[in-house]
Design a protein around this ligand. Structure first.
Ligand SMILES: *[C@@H]1O[C@H](CO)[C@@H](O)[C@H](O)[C@H]1NC(C)=O
Ligand SMILES: *[C@@H]1O[C@H](CO)[C@@H](O)[C@H](O)[C@H]1NC(C)=O
Ligand SMILES: CC(=O)N[C@H]1CO[C@H](CO)[C@@H](O)[C@@H]1O
Length: 380
């Protein structure tokens, strides 16, 4: 925090979306910075009252990733609802809602947000920023400061209590700016000096970097590469387990076929993304002195990428049921349009032929049929 800001005002962080990701971030923030104002925003006042009465406004995390399994809890006195935010201006906004929910969630808050607000989107998939800036054109017009967080931690909600979560694997949280750059910059590609300056001067970056979630603040191009790789994992694991109704580890029973399928899915993702003018600069990036090192080898070696996806998804998280499979089973909306579906809509936007995205389109179609079968209590 800058000295002037610390003197004049308590740094304040509003959080929308108090599922597993929102809750571990709220807890990590409050634990590290007990004097800051952390404001979880729930959907409505009824939920706020219930949270207060039944749970003392407390979120609880059961840490399960090392030998000393411990429980961490924090009480959030400032918890409020979308319609009852007291502050006139939102300085820092952390959005962890499901991608397709964020546009509606922001409506009641939008007049408290401007281009001085630091907004961070911590969501699965791609296309969330594009969808948001279509709904709120001032994001582009007035150059709003938007950051993207790519979270790898494995966290699961308890089915019994909405305020309790299991932190199963401690991984990392990558953060970078994706909009609101200096108008003098001709592209979003950042040098090492620019990233250091951002970490020093931006309150959201210099706060998040210190919380206990393995945060690294990085350049735009480094984040995009991490996000594309995670996106490939999501397309393979979430997309396909939701159709097969299986645990992540079940792919191991037919490894060769699985690797074939993963390669087809990943190849298509890489081919389509490489043609996106917004990402071209990242795919064509060359390592130079003064610029962050970016490893683009995954885009040239799909076999290696698929083996990595298999390791992360099927081996390391073999005992987990993907969030998308859970959403299908529980008859909730799913993020398919921002995962496999994003490849299809991006390809359509780029005027690519249907053959360029047929694998993902097939996955999307099977997924949608599966959702309807389950909603209608058909055979699972
Ligand atoms: C913020 O928005 C205002 C218009 O509301 C604009 O005049 C100003 O240049 C913007 N600031 C930045 C840093 O882009
Ligand atoms: C997720 O998978 C890992 C690795 O298989 C396992 O250790 C962990 O307990 C699983 N978590 C849940 C909630 O199933
Ligand atoms: C051409 C086409 O059918 N595109 C669709 C691919 O899937 C996404 C997600 O369901 C749709 O939004 C696109 O319209």
């Amino acid at each position: 925090m800058s000295v002037t800001m610390a003197r004049t005002k308590i740094p304040t962080f509003h959080i929308v979306g108090l599922g597993s990701m929102g809750s571990i971030i709220a807890i990590a923030l409050q634990k590290k910075f007990p004097s800051y104002k952390i404001v979880p925003i729930l959907r409505n006042q009824e939920k706020v009252e219930f949270f207060k009465k039944k749970y003392d406004s407390k979120f609880v995390i059961h840490r399960q990733y090392n030998d000393n399994k411990i429980d961490i809890s924090q009480s959030f006195e400032e918890t409020t609802s979308l319609d009852h935010v007291k502050e006139d201006h939102i300085d820092n906004l952390i959005i962890t809602t499901k991608t397709y929910q964020s546009i509606d969630a922001l409506k009641p808050l939008w007049d408290k947000i401007d281009n001085k607000t630091n907004i961070i989107l911590i969501q699965n998939g791609f296309g969330s920023f594009e969808a948001l800036s279509e709904a709120y054109p001032e994001i582009i017009k007035d150059n709003y400061k938007v950051f993207q967080g790519v979270i790898a931690h494995a966290v699961f909600g308890s089915s019994a209590q909405f305020n309790e979560f299991y932190h199963a694997a401690f991984l990392d949280l990558k953060v970078a700016q994706i909009n609101g750059f200096d108008l003098s910059k001709s592209s979003k590609i950042q040098s090492i000096d620019e990233v250091n300056k951002m970490v020093e001067e931006n309150d959201l970056c210099n706060t998040l970097k210190d919380i206990d979630l393995g945060v690294s603040v990085m350049s735009y191009q480094e984040l995009i590469v991490g996000q594309i790789k995670k996106f490939c994992v999501n397309c393979c694991i979430n997309g396909l387990t939701s159709i097969l109704n299986c645990m992540n580890g079940d792919f191991k029973y037919e490894k060769e076929t699985t690797m074939n399928l993963f390669e087809d899915v990943a190849q298509e993702v890489i081919d389509v993304f490489a043609l996106d003018p917004n990402m071209k600069k990242v795919f064509e990036y060359e390592n130079k002195p003064g610029m962050p090192a970016v490893d683009l080898s995954f885009s040239k070696n799909i076999g290696e990428l698929s083996r990595w996806i298999y390791k992360i998804g099927v081996i390391d998280c073999g005992g987990n049921s993907s969030s998308m499979r859970q959403d299908v089973i529980n008859k909730r909306g799913t993020e398919i349009d921002f995962i496999n579906g994003y490849v299809c809509s991006l390809a359509t936007k780029l005027n690519l032929p249907r053959s360029a995205y047929k694998v993902n389109q097939t996955a999307v179609n099977l997924h949608k049929i599966k959702c309807e079968i389950i909603k209608n209590d058909g055979i699972n």
